[in-house]
Design a protein around this ligand. Structure first.
Ligand code: ADP
Length: 488
């Protein structure tokens, strides 16, 4: 049994802005189930304190660069006995808003200080300086908010081995040198072989340079980030680490209890491969919910997304807009929030086609399950997608994903065409170019196939039979941990 400390800035169901939160709960749970001694460490945001029943203060510690001592609070992840540690600094985390910014989307001005404090607390826990008599063998950090931890640990003698997982290279935590100076970090870190990145401070680089091993969340994304197109200027460093055998892509799994059409409490009628016909009941309820005509033969397209350029929202608006104008027998049901311009464009699309477009701007766990269960296809025309979770949920719900051939989407969906279709391997629809035209053509393919219910049902069955549980992927992490402990 290994002791593993898993550090993340969001953990479902306590605080979530995207896939990181899902993974930060489901991976530690899978590892714990396989016998590892897991702890999760995260900031004590107000919403976490409000959501948890039993919380006790287990340590108080003073961190370099911060005036007030912080507390470590202990609780358990809801519906489990997995221990979580919350870094309690009310000045930094007890606020009304999201984990990274205000409700209306602006970043908190002091994010660099907030996540430096978080990283320093992770380091204290990793070195067993909290007086809790528990030192991890492995510290597993995630995304830029934890990137300073491997950097601050690098020269410590009794440190754990460190793993840093990139969930999205697009968010790097870049700040000015003035901010770096204000954080009282070791001056030696201000170096191109440290966390300096073209005159800026990069939290992400802390993980990329100093972690013993880097992972990212799909094999294809691991290759992509070593290229100019996807590397944001970090491709040289990442290629170097890949050449050293220190960069691995491991596809995320999903929580198969939470996302299970057989027992999902949010949906109207549970179903399995054998009772797939009940999916149409969920479709009818979904249409009702969004005040759209209840029609069985219309192709319902689902979309659940952060509304940002990465997700190809503009491609969807364009392609679906054209299909609607052309009078195709489709409905679009969309749940999301993000950039104001996309929200507005979606409102305009709905206003133009009120009987064909359903829209909920906002965040809703319940609706996201209902859309997965009720839609026929799920749209993910992402420009890049490190892993993507919704296409995995969609497969399990028999809601055929329409995806661009990139990152984790490329690794998890088999295109319904040619021999894939003939041989029964197809699970969804794929296209290459990040253009509205390519998406439109692919949607027309889906519309065409939908007119052949027997073939469609076969693709649904194949999709639903895919196994994207954590079973295999968590084993890949365990092998990595073992190798690392042998090597470091
Ligand atoms: P990313 O992390 O880039 O946002 P992923 O596909 O990895 O993309 O994960 C997104 C997660 O967030 C999924 O669990 C998805 O269902 C959820 N999600 C995104 N937007 C919403 C929303 N508006 N309401 C409910 N869940 C959402």
């Amino acid at each position: 049994m290994r002791k593993i400390l898993f550090a993340s800035s969001e953990v479902h169901p306590l605080v979530k802005t995207g896939g990181l939160a899902d993974v930060s709960a489901s991976l530690p749970l899978a590892l714990a189930e396989q016998g590892q001694d897991m702890r999760i460490i995260l900031p004590a945001y107000r919403q976490c304190l409000e959501a948890l029943d039993k919380i006790e203060t287990v340590a108080t510690v003073k961190l370099d660069g911060f005036h007030l001592p912080i507390e470590i609070l202990q609780s358990t992840l809801p519906n489990s006995d997995l221990i979580i540690w919350l870094v309690n600094s009310p000045e930094h985390f007890d606020r009304d808003g999201g984990p990274y910014g205000t409700h209306d989307g602006g970043d908190w001005q002091d994010n660099a200080a907030r996540f430096t404090l978080f990283s320093r607390a992770i380091v204290a826990a990793a070195l067993d300086q909290l007086g809790l008599d528990w030192q991890p063998d492995i510290l597993h950090c995630n995304d830029w908010q934890t990137g300073l931890a491997p950097a601050l640990l690098a020269n410590e003698v009794n440190r754990p081995a460190t793993v840093f997982t990139i969930h999205n290279l697009a968010y790097q935590g870049l700040y000015s040198q003035d901010v770096f100076d204000s954080l009282v970090l070791p001056a030696s870190l201000w170096h191109s072989d440290g966390i300096e990145f073209y005159g800026l401070m990069s939290f992400m680089k802390g993980g990329l340079i100093f972690a013993d091993h880097i992972t990212t969340v799909s094999p294809t994304y691991a290759d992509e980030i070593c290229s100019y197109e996807f590397g944001y200027g970090l491709e040289g460093l990442l290629s170097h680490r890949a050449d050293q055998g220190r960069l691995t892509g491991i596809l995320n799994g999903i929580d198969t209890q939470e996302w299970d059409p057989k027992s999902d409490p949010y949906i109207s009628k549970n179903y399995t491969v054998k009772t797939m016909r009940y999916k149409s009941i969920n479709k009818a309820v979904l249409q009702q919910l969004f005040s759209l005509p209840e029609k069985e033969n219309v192709l319902v397209m689902g979309l659940i997304s952060r509304l940002v350029s990465q997700k190809g929202v503009d491609l969807t608006l364009d392609a679906v807009g054209k299909l609607l104008d052309a009078g195709e027998n489709i409905q679009l049901i969309c749940l999301g929030s993000g950039e104001a311009a996309y929200e507005q464009d979606l409102r305009v699309l709905r206003a133009r086609h009120p009987d064909k477009v359903g829209l909920h701007i906002g965040y809703s766990e319940e609706l996201s399950h209902q859309i997965e269960a009720g839609a026929d296809i799920f749209l993910m025309p992402s420009r890049f997608e490190p892993c993507g979770l919704n296409q995995l949920y969609s497969l399990r719900y028999g809601t055929l994903p329409v995806v661009r051939n990139t990152g984790g989407l490329a690794d998890s969906v088999v295109n319904a065409a040619g021999s894939n279709l003939k041989n029964g391997f197809a699970t969804g629809f794929k296209f290459d170019d990040a253009t509205a035209k390519a998406l439109e053509e692919t949607l027309l393919r889906a519309i065409g196939l939908f007119k052949h219910p027997r073939v469609w049902r076969k693709v649904m069955v194949t999709a639903m039979e895919q196994d994207y549980s954590w079973e295999e992927s968590s084993k890949a992490y365990q092998v990595l941990y073992d190798n690392l402990l042998g090597k470091v």
